[in-house]
Design a protein around this ligand. Sequence first.
Ligand code: ADP
Length: 272
Amino acid sequence: MSIKIEHVSHLYGEGEAFEKKALDDVTLEIPDGQFLGVIGHTGSGKSTLIQHLNGLLKATSGTIYYNNEDIYQENYDMKKLRSKVGLVFQYPEHQLFEIDVFSDVCFGPKNLGLPQEEIEARAKEALEHVGLGPDFYKKSPFELSGGQKRRVAIAGILAMEPEVIVLDEPTAGLDPKGRDEILDLVAELHQVRKITVVLVSHSMEDVAKYVDRLIVMDDGKVRFDGTPKEVFSHYKELEKLGLAAPQVTYVTHALKEKGWDIDTDATTVEEA
Ligand code: ADP
């Protein structure tokens, strides 16, 4: 698996009064097996970027290669791409709509036109991955806790057997327990299942803890790209990009405690 994003720009409302360049000449390669974190302030282009990875949004210019194939070429199998690059939206539980948990997880593989036996086998396996046993199969999604609903939504994606899973703020709105459950699950998918993960997060603590590589989006561009250690060493610039200053300070201190060479004495933001 490999994803190559080449000179991708995206305009919303092209040619109209409210035209907005949400991505501006982004070039990025995501190799197999990476755990990539994406951070940036609200409106920096994170959601727009990730919706290009499975073809949900089409670049205004530039192109994307999935396994070295141009996804914009004529007759490209977008349906297959969407099963290989699973996108978990923010608050994915809002998209649970079947009468019970099991039917919901079956929805994706059913759509792929697989035989019934295979659909059910995949749903069972996916639910097992997210820690929901047979007791949950017949429950209505409405009977579940926030963290459980989100796990069902993730199981629905896993049942497609993706090579890449892209999660947009998967811990938003969860309590600390639900949050840890989801992040541990994502870490397990990466480590044990060897799934490539792209994680969009507001929490710099989470990304510092889990990801191999971090990109920072700002005004539709990738401003920083490196290991969390490299990226957080630019803490002053990160604060200027509107990333929460207390969090940046907290994370840089935490990393220093782990023995990282970061000059935390300078993390106080000077009043302009
Ligand atoms: P983020 O995920 O980092 O918050 P988005 O990708 O959602 O950023 O948005 C990037 C920019 O594009 C913002 O200025 C946002 O207002 C704009 N935008 C997002 N979606 C749309 C849309 N459907 N129509 C017009 N503008 C949009």
